[in-house]
Design a binder for this molecule. Sequence first.
Ligand code: ADP
Length: 275
Amino acid sequence: MANDEWTHFDAALRVAPGEKARLSTRDPLGEAFAPDRAAAEARLLKDAEAIDLLQDRLFAEGRRSVLIVLQGIDTSGKDGTVRGVFKACGPLGVRVTPFGRPTETELAQDYLWRAHAACPPKGMIGIWNRSHYEDVLVVKVRGLAPAEAVALRYDQINAFEKHLAENGVTILKFMLHISKDEQKRRLQDRLDDPAKLWKFNPGDLEDRKSWSQFEAAYEEALTRCSTPHAPWRVVPADKKWRRNMLIASIVRGVLEAMAPQYPKPSFDPRAITIT
Ligand code: ADP
């Protein structure tokens, strides 16, 4: 099945290694990528099904894994992306890990310890809802670690990800980029809708007050940690359907390029008679 357009999306969304992310110049709406909602939704369905088939091969092959990192401020749609892009996947081969506030045990280790422990085993797709990047985002903005320690982390993260890439982990990092206005709408929606109220956390309003500091922290992380082995993609995320379509097309494209194969049996199935 032809899926060539994904390379165009990928090139446009990618933060070129060595170049500035220029988050403020990137449009969170991204209309030009997919002007038509119905067409985007139809494409998403196809891509989600293709991802399921590829994931089955990846699992059967059992030699490599895929790590999908989802970062974005509150309400940017990390959970919705998991649901939308991987909805067709069997739960066996996909593992979602949320990165919340570190526990006492986690804080007693270095910050990459919990990330390494959450890496997908061979054959699996691991999806991180937030990630080790929180340690250069919220930790930096809130001053939760000394600035000198945080300053060292970008190189440490690059080395960590290179290590993973060299050991069979294909890393896909997506920053879900929403506008401040869209966040306001989504937060208000949570307050107004009884089925969404549980998601409202008054602490999110504190982070919203620090919008520009978070933007600056993202700019630095995306710029310094977009590498050839683990590039960042900034995904316009004001429209959920467009966000899901773009991410699914890239995930599918990367999986197709990996071309996972079913293993060859060590026996001749035609020679076997089941009695
Ligand atoms: P989400 O907001 O992603 O739906 P939660 O409501 O559980 O999920 O929020 C997770 C919170 O944990 C976020 O506010 C995030 O900033 C915080 N967090 C994640 N990693 C760290 C970290 N390393 N240090 C401090 N806070 C962190």
